[in-house]
Design a protein around this ligand. Structure first.
Ligand code: NDP
Length: 309
């Protein structure tokens, strides 16, 4: 068994930022990276919207910068996953996949979320070559081009109208004859001239070799198959927060996101703090995740001072 003052679970922008702040506050944090060290930015090419990088930065390289900065202040980083927790407190417990048992009065959760994918041919093969799960991150690369986006929820509605401002033509593929998105978002979609909604339509295959060249679609009512010529294909069918191990301990919403006190990182349990996409289904940006990682570290530090643990 090992004792630390602050255990950080997850290694995206939220986790590393929490580590930088916690380490500089003298908490000597331990950080478990999880299965994809660096998080969702590891599957992104160029990040052009993170302030401080005027020329943009390759996603994996940016996460290496984050990691080095956390290590500079002596964060102990382990490339492993936490598989079980016991938040009975006041000293919380966590176990890694190799069986290490960590005891800590503060836990910062930064386990993120994973985009859901369709699982159709071409989708995985062309990921980062025109297939993306984040319009805000990658829309700019398809300026004045034709793109398609799949989904019928608020994310698809928001991202399709966002893309319509940048791209010449946006094809929104909705699998049913109605959208799940809120009324106001749907109205925005329907009132955007260069945004074409294809109802009852599912993509069957993303076409192209070195980049996206088109998508084969099927009308679910008539079974008619056709091809759309596009150079960008966006998937917006929801995210899955990586919060399974916290079920039963933390208050989660219906989709599994951690319920933090609005504007804070506090969860329903003393000493357990939430940051990043595991508690944010609205903004989901690297910079917002980093901000909440900072908040969680400051809240953890304050909690240690107040409790004397
Ligand atoms: P949702 O789960 O709300 O919607 C997912 C959408 O994707 C549904 O329309 C669903 O279709 C469709 N879908 C799922 N699987 C497939 C598939 N295999 N093929 C085609 N379509 C598929 O996810 P969102 O990310 O849109 O939203 C998540 C939460 O975040 C919601 O609560 C939303 O309100 C919230 N949100 C709020 C925002 C805001 O307030 N500004 C912005 C973004 C999100 P079907 O309807 O047929 O099931």
């Amino acid at each position: 068994m090992e004792k630390v003052k602050c255990l950080i679970i997850g290694s995206g922008p939220a986790g590393y930022t929490a580590a930088i702040y916690a380490a500089r506050a003298g908490l000597s944090p331990m950080l478990y990276t999880g299965p994809q060290p660096g998080g969702q930015l590891m599957i992104t090419n160029d990040v052009e919207n993170y302030p401080g990088y005027p020329a943009g930065r390759n996603g994996p390289e940016m996460m290496e910068d984050f990691r080095k900065q956390a290590e500079r202040f002596e964060t102990v980083i382990r490339n492993e996953m936490i598989v079980k927790v016991d938040f009975t407190g006041p000293i919380h417990k966590a176990w890694s996949e190799s069986g290490a048992e960590i005891h800590s009065p503060t836990i910062i959760i930064a386990t993120g979320a994973s985009a859901k994918w369709l699982g159709i041919p071409g989708e995985h093969e062309l990921e980062n070559k025109g297939v993306s799960a984040c319009a805000v991150c990658d829309g700019f690369f398809f300026r004045k081009q034709k793109v398609a986006i799949v989904g019928g929820g608020d994310t698809a509605a928001e991202e399709s109208t966002y893309l319509a401002k940048i791209c010449s033509e946006v094809h929104l593929l909705v699998r049913r004859d109605e959208m799940r998105a809120s009324k106001i978002m749907q109205e925005r979609v329907l009132n955007t001239p260069n945004l074409i909604v294809h109802w009852n339509t599912s993509p069957e295959e993303v076409l192209g070799t070195d980049g996206v060249e088109g998508v084969r679609i099927r009308n679910n009512k008539t079974n008619e198959v056709s091809t759309l010529d596009i150079s960008g294909f966006f998937v917006a069918i929801g995210h899955q927060p990586n919060t399974d191990i916290f079920k039963g301990w933390l208050d989660l919403d219906d989709s599994g996101y951690i319920k933090a006190v609005p504007g804070r990182s506090l969860t329903n349990l003393p000493g357990v703090f939430a940051s990043g996409d595991a508690q944010d289904k609205i903004y989901r940006q690297a910079v917002t995740a980093a901000g909440t990682g900072c908040m969680a570290a400051l809240d953890a530090e304050r909690y240690l001072v107040e409790t004397g643990l």
